[in-house]
Design a protein around this ligand. Structure first.
Ligand SMILES: [Mn+2]
Length: 431
């Protein structure tokens, strides 16, 4: 039995007050779905076993280029972060794993961290190697790049760091390394595109060779930022080339915010699935760029369309199809725990809506060239309010019918603020 951060009696009391209404909403939706040939309990079971990983950095308050406004009770270190992540999972039953960032979450004793995870009922998802910043004590700077740097010594340092992340992750039970680099250029002519990419590929192949047999490596593309003229891994095409060059354990990671605003992300997802290279996701939402807004805050339909591709691939029993699902978002004006719970539920909602798409009808409409009805088939699933399924899945797993309400009523934030000193200074950015 995992250690509980929120009082179970309080949780039970809140659930008790909502239980009857939930049951009646669930029954009503159940009969509606039954008319469409869908068994609501079967859908609920799938949703109940679905999980998305939370990023350790996400439980801290984020910032902008201009400033950061720290909130009360911010986690001081990875052990505090784990406790916040445990709250999210306890109330949502949707986030069983945490994705760590190194060096931010580096500790001397990984065994102690693993034990803390076990006690809190949390596992460890993909490890993230941060070579987009300098690390205290390192001999070389990443100012002009890491794995693609012109200097062999700097590249070696970045390679060693990535291998160190694998070694650390092995002790935690992680099975994947996510590599996102900030490497690129800010001026035309600053770098030779081909040489820079070749250096990256050569360095990545050294990291790849250090992967244990049951590990995967994910490369993550991003159109721009922190480099503003070119980035080494700028889009899914380059990302696919990398995964293809490296080998069978290499896959592409799709961060929803790392594309130009009008790009058809669900189609990228489909292509990567078709050619066996979809590694997983960083879920968030975006209005203009890599805004790292809460998942589905801006465009829930797009998230649904992504999940539509995933459910379609699972239905077709695509061989080796097992993408990693992670949140990756920044919280500047909300409580990070609330935002992460909300986003985990939004991801579950999109998954649930995709599960109730009438795929037989959709295929028929596609085959007889009926775009209007094909679109309506998707819309019909998207328009269905599946909240009772999500809430019932949570309730039956011992989580909260209304996670945000329980979190607020429990006073967790105020309680941890007493033990965790307020962060000082704004950590100002640039203006
Ligand atoms: Mn990301």
């Amino acid at each position: 039995m995992a250690e509980k951060m929120i009082n179970q009696d309080q949780l039970a009391m809140e659930n008790q007050s909502l239980k009857q209404l939930l049951q009646s909403d669930y029954d009503a939706l159940g009969s509606n779905l039954a008319r469409r040939g869908i068994d609501i309990d079967a859908v609920r079971n799938k949703v109940q076993s679905y999980g998305v990983a939370v990023p350790s950095w996400g439980v801290g308050t984020g910032g902008t280029r201009f400033a950061r406004f720290p909130g009360p009770g911010e986690p001081r270190h990875v052990f505090d972060k784990m406790e916040d992540c445990a709250v999210i999972h306890q109330l949502s039953n949707a986030t069983p794993r945490v994705s760590l960032h190194i060096p931010w979450d580096k500790v001397d004793d990984p065994v102690e961290l693993k034990q803390r995870g076990d006690a809190l009922g949390l596992g460890f998802d993909a490890m993230n190697s941060n070579t987009f910043q300098d690390h205290a004590g390192d001999a070389y700077s990443y100012k002009y790049g890491s794995l693609s740097h012109v200097s062999a010594e700097t590249r070696q340092q970045a390679i060693d760091h990535n291998i160190g992340c694998i070694e650390f992750g092995k002790k935690l039970g992680s099975k994947a390394l996510t590599v996102w680099i900030g490497d690129g250029s800010n001026f035309p002519g600053q770098v030779n595109f081909a040489d820079q990419f070749q250096r990256y590929l050569d360095a990545m192949s050294v990291v790849y060779k250090a992967l244990p047999t049951d590990w995967k490596i994910f490369s993550e593309h991003k159109i721009y930022e922190p480099a503003f003229y070119s980035t080494v891994v700028q889009d899914w095409g380059t990302n696919y080339l990398i995964a293809k060059e490296l080998g069978d354990k290499a896959f592409c990671l799709v961060d929803l915010g790392h594309h130009a605003p009008t790009v058809n992300i669900e189609m990228i997802v489909s292509r990567l699935i078709q050619f066996g290279k979809l590694g997983g996701f960083h879920f968030n939402d975006s209005k203009y760029g890599d805004d790292d807004l809460d998942t589905a805050a801006i465009d829930p339909y797009r998230l649904f369309l992504v999940f539509n591709e995933l459910v379609e691939a699972a239905d077709r029993k695509t061989p080796g199809f097992d993408p990693a699902h992670m949140l990756d978002q920044s919280h500047n004006v909300t409580d990070p725990i609330e935002s992460l719970m909300q986003s985990a539920m939004e991801v579950q909602r999109a998954y649930t809506q995709a599960l109730i798409v009438d795929r037989t009808a959709l295929r028929e409409y596609q085959h007889c060239n009926d775009p209007l009805m094909a679109s309506n088939t998707l819309k019909s699933a998207f328009r269905t309010d599946v909240e009772p399924i999500l809430a019932m899945a949570r309730f039956e797993a011992g989580a909260a019918i209304d996670p945000i309400s329980v979190f607020r009523a429990a006073g967790y934030r105020a309680q941890v603020a007493k033990n965790r000193p307020a962060a000082v200074g704004s950590g100002g950015g640039i203006v």
